[in-house]
Design a binder for this molecule. Structure first.
Ligand SMILES: Cc1cc2nc3c(=O)[nH]c(=O)nc-3n(C[C@H](O)[C@H](O)[C@H](O)COP(=O)(O)OP(=O)(O)OC[C@H]3O[C@@H](n4cnc5c(N)ncnc54)[C@H](O)[C@@H]3O)c2cc1C
Length: 401
């Protein structure tokens, strides 16, 4: 027979202490809702695998910890598989890089100041919806605990067992992510790499930080280690990076949303709902946006005393209004991009130069909102023409064989 230590009750339990869960619990506590946040790790932000790139837009929309900023990105160098390099800079927008340990830790401090009770080293192993409450079984260092609350927020990141057990589904695909931090002498701008040697379907990066370190990583459907080695070699041609290579870390990235981000007495926020940019894999800002929307809807649910799936569907409607088209178009773009071979990607780079795509993107593009840039790329006349020629040539070669 299982031994249960004791049962505690709250208004809301938030499961997962990443940015999405911490921000949701902070906003709820600030508004007088008795909230517990349950995190499986022993420390907030410990061992997070993330490049930490966030737009200034996120910092101006929300009160985020500026003391976690460890890098500033203004200029970039875009690398095609065939060696075409395009310099890129955005006249106004600045993007920053944060230390996630510090960033998440500071969000945690604000949540506690606002009244959130945080349980660390505590993993929710199951979640069930009863008639008037939600019940979680929590494995703690002292043994099994039962936590009850009127509502639960699932903020578990790229971990979908709880959502699946409640019929909310999982994303259709998880992309492989890999990253390492190296000491690199003179990487002074962001480098982004495309092509099959680096990534199958996505891209790789080298992100300089203020203190001379560089984050090198890849997101891919293919062999992540090979992609990483390719970038390490490229960066190593220009700079001394071999003396201090950190631990290589891996983590999945959700691609596409789960079937349903709400159920009776439950909502899922951030990456736990698949709310990640389908173009770049960035999930911090979309997670914060969903946290804000969720906390508003949950407060309304308490005012109306209505925790039904019908009422909570409002949450999904609201995040879809803001993020839905971006996520959909990014998926569409990925479908198109993943069919391109290295020659076609070079063609895309050429077209970017000829059709003024880059000046369009640097004038009108936004770091977090890619819909207009994606449409512009897909409509590029030179790109269409070149890709058509290439598919004709490929077909000719196949026939000749
Ligand atoms: C290599 C790589 C680079 C990336 N770079 C960027 C970037 O530059 N910019 C960006 O915006 N995004 C980036 N991302 C994505 C970003 O890291 C995530 O989208 C973001 O962390 C999601 O935040 P979250 O709060 O939703 O989930 P998470 O930050 O994943 O937090 C979830 C928390 O839930 C806890 N948890 C899970 N299951 C349980 C359970 N059963 N019980 C209790 N606790 C649980 C976990 O321990 C974790 O602390 C990157 C991802 C990868 C892999």
């Amino acid at each position: 027979m299982r031994r249960v230590l004791n049962t505690e009750s709250f208004d809301v339990m938030v499961i997962g202490g990443g940015p999405s869960g911490l921000f949701t619990s902070s906003l709820l506590s600030q508004n007088g809702i008795k909230t517990v946040l349950i995190e499986k790790d022993s420390e907030i932000g410990k061992d997070v695998v993330c490049s930490g790139v966030i737009s200034k837009e996120a910092f101006s929309r929300y009160d985020l910890p500026e003391n976690a900023i460890v890098g500033t990105l203004k200029d970039a160098e875009l690398h095609s598989p065939g060696g075409i390099q395009i310099p890129y800079s955005h006249p106004q927008e600045t993007v920053v890089v944060v230390d996630r340990h510090k960033f998440d830790g500071e969000l945690g401090k604000s949540a506690v100041q606002n009244g959130t009770h945080i349980m660390l080293s505590s993993r929710v192993s199951s979640l069930s919806v009863k008639e008037n409450f939600v019940e979680a079984e929590v494995k703690t260092p002292d043994g099994l605990k039962i936590i009850n609350s009127k509502m639960a927020v699932i903020a578990t990141g790229v971990s979908f067992n709880l959502q699946a057990s409640l019929g909310m589904g999982r994303p259709k695909k998880i992309i492989k992510g890999i990253q390492v931090e190296v000491q690199a002498d003179d990487v002074n701008k962001l480098k982004v790499y495309w092509g099959n040697k680096v990534s199958n379907g996505y891209f790789g990066w080298a992100i300089p930080l203020h203190d001379g370190r560089t984050r090198i990583g890849v997101m891919t459907d293919g062999n992540a280690q090979e992609g990483l080695n390719h970038i390490l070699k490229d960066v190593g041609q220009y700079t001394n990076i071999c003396n201090d290579i950190g631990r290589i870390k891996r983590r999945g990235i959700s691609f596409g949303t789960i079937d349903k981000s709400y159920s009776d007495r439950i909502v899922a926020v951030g990456e736990a709902a698949g709310l990640v940019k389908t173009t770049t894999g960035g999930g911090i800002y979309y997670g914060l946006i969903s946290a804000e929307i969720a906390s508003n809807v949950i407060q309304e649910a308490f005012q109306k005393d209505d925790f039904s799936s019908r009422f909570l569907s409002k949450y999904e409607k609201l995040w879809k209004n803001e993020l839905g088209n971006e996520i959909k178009l990014g998926k569409y773009f990925h479908k198109f991009y993943s069919k391109l071979n290295d020659n076609s990607i070079d063609t895309l780079f050429d077209a970017a130069k000829k059709d003024g795509l880059l000046s369009f993107i640097s004038e009108q593009g936004k770091f977090d909102w890619h819909k207009n840039a994606v449409l512009k790329i897909l409509k590029s006349p030179n790109l269409r023409k070149a890709l058509l020629w290439e598919s004709i040539n490929n077909a000719r070669e196949k026939i000749a064989l």
